[in-house]
Design a protein around this ligand. Structure first.
Ligand SMILES: [Fe+2]
Length: 340
């Protein structure tokens, strides 16, 4: 059967089929009635059911219209194409999972744009813009804060396309908006029980306006170990820039490093401990986690105390918001002069 259409979820071959669809097309639409209710109780468990191994972090957010909502997720208006770029250790979530509990009576369709196809055409027809996307260090504003770095960049080993739903009034932003307006988009409508999975490093997503205050989705943002791997000519371009950034940044602070290219890698043992503590702090059961990871419960609590101790130290030394913004702006200008 073709994977092009909505297919029924099956725990046995589902994760492999899902990864295949994500690798080939950047998205998948499956029907799995009741999975949204399970995800409300156990988002980590559902992320693992869908993706299999290699889930690093899961965040769950109800997507319902609320009065005076500030983010696009909480309103009924149209949402321009964008990436979800809130980061964990400098890397945005690899996949966005939208579980539909109740679609809108009218409107609310999801729009997707494949940036790999967009970049291919841009490299042929406007190579200067393609070059600028990988080398111009931009300040890209989001509701959660600014992302600083090239638009297409290697972050934590994955090739990531960053694009805000807000208009960015710089030279690259204006040309990019022209291209995005004219690019072909995929339009999908999720029904109750459907699950839409989108590669958030590769695809931009948006939404048509809707009229129905009862529309309800649950969104999981899932950070995974596997990177998004586009065609080799894209990887080569961003890798070359990443190496130049790394050379220039030898004296940059860990905060600056993380903002631009992702936090420095650490051992898989430390990664696993951090992952267990994050799940514990988000309401994961200590007993279940102890059993799953083969670690005695007192040891889990010792890890949690260490993470909280480190967090207190980091918060005490955190620069003010103003200092942080001016530090990023200075860094952006310095890198812009050297990379441009
Ligand atoms: Fe989004």
């Amino acid at each position: 059967m073709s994977d092009d259409v909505r297919w029924s979820w099956d725990d046995e071959d589902g994760p492999a089929r899902l990864r295949r669809a994500i690798d080939e097309r950047g998205h998948a639409l499956v029907t799995a009635p009741g999975l949204w209710a399970e995800a409300e109780r156990d988002p980590w468990g559902v992320a693992r059911r869908l993706w299999g191994r290699g889930v690093v972090l899961v965040e769950a957010h109800p997507i319902v219209p609320v009065a005076h909502g500030r983010s696009f997720a909480s309103t009924q208006g149209p949402t321009p194409l964008h990436s979800d770029s809130q980061s964990h250790r400098g890397v945005p979530p690899r996949v966005q999972v939208m579980l539909c509990a109740r679609p809108a009576a009218t409107g609310g369709q999801t729009l997707l744009l494949d940036t790999w196809t967009l970049l291919q055409r841009m490299a042929e027809q406007e190579p200067a813009l393609w070059h600028a996307l990988t080398t111009r260090v931009r300040r890209i504003p989001f509701v959660f804060g600014d992302v600083v770095g090239p638009t297409v960049a290697l972050r934590g080993g994955s090739v990531v396309f960053t694009h805000s739903p807000m208009a960015v009034d710089d030279e690259v932003g204006r040309r990019l908006a022209w291209w995005i307006e004219r690019a072909p988009r995929i339009e999908l409508r999720a029904e109750a029980g459907d699950v839409l999975v989108v590669d958030n490093h590769r695809m931009l997503h948006g939404r048509r306006a809707f009229e129905d205050s009862r529309r309800r989705f649950l969104r999981l943002l899932v950070w995974t170990r596997e990177p998004a791997v586009p065609p080799s000519w894209v990887v080569d371009a961003v890798t070359a820039v990443r190496e130049r950034l790394a050379r220039m940044q030898r004296r940059a602070s860990p905060e600056q490093q993380e903002a631009l290219v992702g936090a420095a890698g650490t051992s898989s043992e430390i990664e696993e401990r951090l992952q267990v503590v994050l799940e514990l702090l988000r309401g994961g059961s200590p007993g279940v986690l102890a059993q799953r990871h083969g670690v005695p419960e007192p040891e889990l609590h010792r890890w949690r105390s260490a993470v909280v101790r480190g967090a207190v130290e980091a918060l005490e030394g955190l620069p003010s918001e103003g200092e942080h913004r001016s530090m990023l702006e200075r860094l952006r200008r310095a890198l812009e002069r050297k990379l441009g």
